[in-house]
Write a new protein. Sequence first.
Length: 292
Amino acid sequence: MHEWYQNETKGEKARADDFKIDFTINDANLDLQKSLAAVDDYLAKNVDALVFTPVNEKASGPTIQKAAKSLPVICEGSPTDGCITLVSIDDFKAGQQVGVWAGNYVKQNLGGKASILDVGLPALSTTVARSKGFIAGIQSVLPDAKVAQSVDGTGLKDVAVKVSADALTAHPDVNVIFGINDDSALGGLQAYTAAGMDQSKVLVVGFGCEGKACKSALEQGGPYKVSAAMFPEYQGRLLIDAAIAAFNGAKLPAHIVAPSTPITKDNLAQFYTKSGDTYAPNFDAMAKLPIQ
Protein backbone atom coordinates (compact mmCIF):
# COMPACT_ATOMS: atom_id res chain seq x y z
CA MET A 1 0.00 0.00 0.00
CA HIS A 2 2.93 2.35 0.66
CA GLU A 3 4.63 4.18 -2.19
CA TRP A 4 7.91 3.18 -0.55
CA TYR A 5 7.26 -0.51 -1.21
CA GLN A 6 5.78 0.12 -4.64
CA ASN A 7 9.02 1.82 -5.67
CA GLU A 8 11.38 -0.46 -3.74
CA THR A 9 9.89 -3.58 -5.31
CA LYS A 10 10.18 -1.95 -8.75
CA GLY A 11 13.88 -1.57 -7.98
CA GLU A 12 14.10 -5.21 -6.89
CA LYS A 13 12.30 -6.41 -10.03
CA ALA A 14 14.53 -4.36 -12.33
CA ARG A 15 17.69 -5.64 -10.61
CA ALA A 16 16.44 -9.24 -10.72
CA ASP A 17 15.75 -8.83 -14.43
CA ASP A 18 19.37 -7.70 -14.90
CA PHE A 19 20.46 -11.16 -13.72
CA LYS A 20 17.50 -13.06 -15.25
CA ILE A 21 16.33 -14.11 -11.79
CA ASP A 22 12.73 -15.18 -11.09
CA PHE A 23 11.32 -12.65 -8.64
CA THR A 24 7.95 -12.71 -6.89
CA ILE A 25 6.33 -10.53 -4.23
CA ASN A 26 3.92 -11.37 -1.43
CA ASP A 27 2.33 -8.34 0.23
CA ALA A 28 1.10 -9.14 3.74
CA ASN A 29 -0.51 -5.69 4.03
CA LEU A 30 0.89 -5.23 7.57
CA ASP A 31 -0.75 -8.47 8.75
CA LEU A 32 1.71 -10.46 10.87
CA GLN A 33 0.09 -13.84 10.33
CA LYS A 34 -0.11 -13.33 6.56
CA SER A 35 3.53 -12.32 6.61
CA LEU A 36 4.65 -15.47 8.41
CA ALA A 37 2.40 -17.68 6.30
CA ALA A 38 4.03 -16.24 3.19
CA VAL A 39 7.44 -17.31 4.50
CA ASP A 40 6.19 -20.87 4.93
CA ASP A 41 4.69 -20.75 1.44
CA TYR A 42 7.99 -19.68 -0.11
CA LEU A 43 9.85 -22.40 1.78
CA ALA A 44 7.44 -24.96 0.34
CA LYS A 45 8.18 -23.60 -3.14
CA ASN A 46 11.93 -24.08 -2.59
CA VAL A 47 12.97 -20.53 -3.42
CA ASP A 48 16.71 -19.83 -3.30
CA ALA A 49 16.69 -16.67 -1.19
CA LEU A 50 14.18 -14.55 0.69
CA VAL A 51 13.92 -10.81 1.31
CA PHE A 52 11.78 -10.20 4.38
CA THR A 53 10.19 -7.08 5.84
CA PRO A 54 9.00 -7.72 9.41
CA VAL A 55 5.58 -6.51 10.47
CA ASN A 56 6.70 -7.12 14.05
CA GLU A 57 10.41 -7.65 14.73
CA LYS A 58 10.19 -9.90 17.79
CA ALA A 59 7.21 -11.99 16.69
CA SER A 60 8.80 -12.69 13.31
CA GLY A 61 12.01 -14.12 14.81
CA PRO A 62 11.05 -17.79 15.32
CA THR A 63 9.71 -18.17 11.76
CA ILE A 64 12.73 -16.47 10.20
CA GLN A 65 15.16 -18.52 12.31
CA LYS A 66 13.44 -21.66 11.02
CA ALA A 67 13.58 -20.41 7.43
CA ALA A 68 17.26 -19.50 7.77
CA LYS A 69 18.11 -23.19 8.23
CA SER A 70 17.08 -23.76 4.61
CA LEU A 71 17.95 -20.56 2.72
CA PRO A 72 19.51 -17.12 3.18
CA VAL A 73 17.11 -14.47 4.50
CA ILE A 74 17.80 -10.78 3.95
CA CYS A 75 15.98 -8.36 6.23
CA GLU A 76 14.62 -5.15 4.72
CA GLY A 77 14.02 -2.05 6.80
CA SER A 78 14.02 -3.60 10.28
CA PRO A 79 16.03 -6.40 11.92
CA THR A 80 14.71 -9.82 12.90
CA ASP A 81 16.48 -12.80 14.44
CA GLY A 82 17.65 -15.20 11.74
CA CYS A 83 18.41 -12.71 8.97
CA ILE A 84 21.93 -12.86 7.51
CA THR A 85 22.01 -9.10 7.06
CA LEU A 86 19.83 -6.03 7.30
CA VAL A 87 19.64 -3.70 4.30
CA SER A 88 18.49 -0.27 5.44
CA ILE A 89 19.61 3.24 6.09
CA ASP A 90 21.08 4.30 9.43
CA ASP A 91 17.74 5.48 10.79
CA PHE A 92 19.11 7.43 13.74
CA LYS A 93 21.72 9.19 11.61
CA ALA A 94 19.19 10.08 8.91
CA GLY A 95 16.82 11.47 11.53
CA GLN A 96 19.66 13.43 13.08
CA GLN A 97 20.58 14.98 9.73
CA VAL A 98 17.07 16.30 9.06
CA GLY A 99 16.87 17.38 12.70
CA VAL A 100 19.92 19.60 12.23
CA TRP A 101 18.40 20.96 9.02
CA ALA A 102 15.14 21.68 10.85
CA GLY A 103 16.93 23.37 13.74
CA ASN A 104 18.71 25.75 11.40
CA TYR A 105 15.45 26.48 9.56
CA VAL A 106 13.60 27.25 12.79
CA LYS A 107 16.45 29.49 13.94
CA GLN A 108 16.36 31.45 10.69
CA ASN A 109 12.63 31.52 9.97
CA LEU A 110 10.52 30.68 13.03
CA GLY A 111 12.09 32.70 15.81
CA GLY A 112 14.39 30.03 17.14
CA LYS A 113 11.76 28.27 19.28
CA ALA A 114 10.65 24.73 18.42
CA SER A 115 7.58 22.93 19.78
CA ILE A 116 7.48 19.52 18.10
CA LEU A 117 4.72 17.09 17.21
CA ASP A 118 6.36 13.69 16.64
CA VAL A 119 4.15 11.45 14.49
CA GLY A 120 5.91 8.18 15.20
CA LEU A 121 5.60 4.41 15.05
CA PRO A 122 6.69 2.83 18.35
CA ALA A 123 6.19 -0.77 17.18
CA LEU A 124 9.47 -0.82 15.23
CA SER A 125 12.93 -0.08 16.58
CA THR A 126 13.94 1.57 13.31
CA THR A 127 11.12 4.12 13.33
CA VAL A 128 11.76 4.85 17.00
CA ALA A 129 15.38 5.54 16.03
CA ARG A 130 14.17 8.03 13.39
CA SER A 131 12.25 10.02 15.99
CA LYS A 132 15.11 9.88 18.49
CA GLY A 133 17.60 10.95 15.84
CA PHE A 134 15.43 13.86 14.78
CA ILE A 135 15.07 15.11 18.36
CA ALA A 136 18.81 14.78 18.94
CA GLY A 137 19.54 16.66 15.72
CA ILE A 138 17.21 19.59 16.32
CA GLN A 139 18.29 19.91 19.96
CA SER A 140 21.94 20.04 18.85
CA VAL A 141 21.02 23.34 17.16
CA LEU A 142 18.23 24.46 19.51
CA PRO A 143 18.89 23.01 22.99
CA ASP A 144 15.53 24.27 24.26
CA ALA A 145 13.52 22.53 21.53
CA LYS A 146 10.78 20.46 23.17
CA VAL A 147 8.54 17.60 22.11
CA ALA A 148 5.00 18.78 22.77
CA GLN A 149 3.66 15.28 22.12
CA SER A 150 4.62 11.99 20.47
CA VAL A 151 1.75 10.10 18.85
CA ASP A 152 1.45 6.69 17.18
CA GLY A 153 0.40 7.29 13.59
CA THR A 154 1.05 3.60 12.73
CA GLY A 155 2.73 4.78 9.52
CA LEU A 156 -0.66 5.27 7.84
CA LYS A 157 -2.00 8.64 6.75
CA ASP A 158 -5.60 8.22 7.95
CA VAL A 159 -4.42 7.32 11.44
CA ALA A 160 -1.79 10.06 11.41
CA VAL A 161 -4.44 12.67 10.58
CA LYS A 162 -6.63 11.61 13.49
CA VAL A 163 -3.97 11.40 16.20
CA SER A 164 -2.32 14.61 14.97
CA ALA A 165 -5.62 16.49 15.11
CA ASP A 166 -6.07 15.50 18.75
CA ALA A 167 -2.47 16.46 19.58
CA LEU A 168 -2.74 19.85 17.86
CA THR A 169 -5.90 20.62 19.82
CA ALA A 170 -3.98 19.95 23.01
CA HIS A 171 -0.84 21.76 21.84
CA PRO A 172 -1.73 24.65 19.54
CA ASP A 173 1.81 26.05 19.93
CA VAL A 174 3.29 23.25 17.76
CA ASN A 175 5.43 24.74 14.99
CA VAL A 176 7.39 21.64 13.87
CA ILE A 177 5.76 18.41 12.70
CA PHE A 178 8.02 15.39 12.23
CA GLY A 179 6.74 12.20 10.61
CA ILE A 180 8.56 8.85 10.45
CA ASN A 181 7.38 8.38 6.84
CA ASP A 182 5.60 10.36 4.14
CA ASP A 183 2.13 9.33 5.31
CA SER A 184 2.91 10.41 8.87
CA ALA A 185 4.30 13.82 7.88
CA LEU A 186 1.58 14.53 5.33
CA GLY A 187 -1.09 13.33 7.75
CA GLY A 188 0.23 15.74 10.36
CA LEU A 189 0.18 18.56 7.83
CA GLN A 190 -3.37 17.69 6.77
CA ALA A 191 -4.54 17.86 10.40
CA TYR A 192 -2.75 21.21 10.87
CA THR A 193 -4.39 22.63 7.74
CA ALA A 194 -7.83 21.27 8.64
CA ALA A 195 -7.57 23.01 12.01
CA GLY A 196 -7.20 26.33 10.20
CA MET A 197 -3.75 26.97 11.63
CA ASP A 198 -1.29 29.34 9.93
CA GLN A 199 0.87 27.35 7.48
CA SER A 200 3.52 30.07 7.46
CA LYS A 201 4.22 29.29 11.11
CA VAL A 202 4.96 25.57 10.83
CA LEU A 203 7.73 23.39 9.42
CA VAL A 204 6.91 19.84 8.31
CA VAL A 205 9.75 17.32 8.19
CA GLY A 206 9.26 13.96 6.52
CA PHE A 207 11.13 10.71 6.21
CA GLY A 208 11.60 8.50 3.17
CA CYS A 209 10.50 10.76 0.32
CA GLU A 210 9.38 7.52 -1.17
CA GLY A 211 7.06 8.70 -3.91
CA LYS A 212 5.27 11.48 -5.75
CA ALA A 213 3.45 12.87 -2.69
CA CYS A 214 6.66 13.96 -0.98
CA LYS A 215 8.33 15.26 -4.12
CA SER A 216 5.24 17.25 -5.10
CA ALA A 217 4.98 18.72 -1.60
CA LEU A 218 8.62 19.81 -1.70
CA GLU A 219 8.17 21.42 -5.12
CA GLN A 220 5.10 23.34 -3.96
CA GLY A 221 7.19 25.27 -1.44
CA GLY A 222 4.68 24.98 1.42
CA PRO A 223 5.36 23.90 5.01
CA TYR A 224 6.81 20.54 3.90
CA LYS A 225 10.41 21.65 3.41
CA VAL A 226 12.65 18.62 3.91
CA SER A 227 12.64 14.84 4.08
CA ALA A 228 15.25 12.24 4.95
CA ALA A 229 15.40 10.61 1.52
CA MET A 230 15.72 6.82 1.58
CA PHE A 231 15.80 6.18 -2.19
CA PRO A 232 13.61 3.05 -2.40
CA GLU A 233 14.56 2.28 -6.01
CA TYR A 234 18.24 2.17 -5.07
CA GLN A 235 17.61 0.16 -1.92
CA GLY A 236 15.66 -2.38 -3.96
CA ARG A 237 18.78 -2.97 -6.04
CA LEU A 238 20.86 -3.42 -2.88
CA LEU A 239 18.44 -6.05 -1.59
CA ILE A 240 18.78 -8.18 -4.70
CA ASP A 241 22.56 -7.79 -4.69
CA ALA A 242 22.66 -8.87 -1.03
CA ALA A 243 20.43 -11.88 -1.72
CA ILE A 244 22.67 -12.97 -4.61
CA ALA A 245 25.79 -12.55 -2.51
CA ALA A 246 24.30 -14.52 0.38
CA PHE A 247 23.15 -17.32 -1.94
CA ASN A 248 26.70 -17.58 -3.27
CA GLY A 249 28.16 -17.85 0.21
CA ALA A 250 29.66 -14.38 0.54
CA LYS A 251 30.25 -13.13 4.07
CA LEU A 252 28.00 -10.11 4.66
CA PRO A 253 28.03 -7.51 7.43
CA ALA A 254 25.20 -7.48 9.94
CA HIS A 255 23.99 -4.18 8.42
CA ILE A 256 24.41 -3.04 4.82
CA VAL A 257 23.84 0.69 5.19
CA ALA A 258 21.88 2.28 2.35
CA PRO A 259 22.41 5.95 1.47
CA SER A 260 20.26 8.74 2.86
CA THR A 261 20.41 12.54 2.83
CA PRO A 262 18.11 15.48 3.58
CA ILE A 263 16.25 16.23 0.36
CA THR A 264 14.67 19.60 -0.36
CA LYS A 265 13.21 21.55 -3.25
CA ASP A 266 16.73 22.78 -4.01
CA ASN A 267 18.48 19.42 -4.40
CA LEU A 268 15.58 17.21 -5.55
CA ALA A 269 16.69 17.40 -9.19
CA GLN A 270 20.14 16.11 -8.22
CA PHE A 271 18.64 12.74 -7.34
CA TYR A 272 15.50 12.54 -9.50
CA THR A 273 14.83 13.69 -13.04
CA LYS A 274 11.24 14.79 -13.52
CA SER A 275 9.44 13.98 -16.76
CA GLY A 276 5.74 14.80 -16.77
CA ASP A 277 4.47 13.45 -13.47
CA THR A 278 7.17 10.80 -13.05
CA TYR A 279 10.52 10.99 -11.26
CA ALA A 280 13.38 8.87 -12.61
CA PRO A 281 16.07 8.04 -10.03
CA ASN A 282 19.67 9.09 -10.62
CA PHE A 283 21.46 6.01 -9.27
CA ASP A 284 24.93 7.48 -9.82
CA ALA A 285 24.16 10.47 -7.57
CA MET A 286 22.67 8.19 -4.90
CA ALA A 287 25.69 5.88 -4.98
CA LYS A 288 28.06 8.81 -4.39
CA LEU A 289 26.44 9.78 -1.09
CA PRO A 290 28.78 9.13 1.86
CA ILE A 291 27.84 6.33 4.24
CA GLN A 292 28.70 7.33 7.80
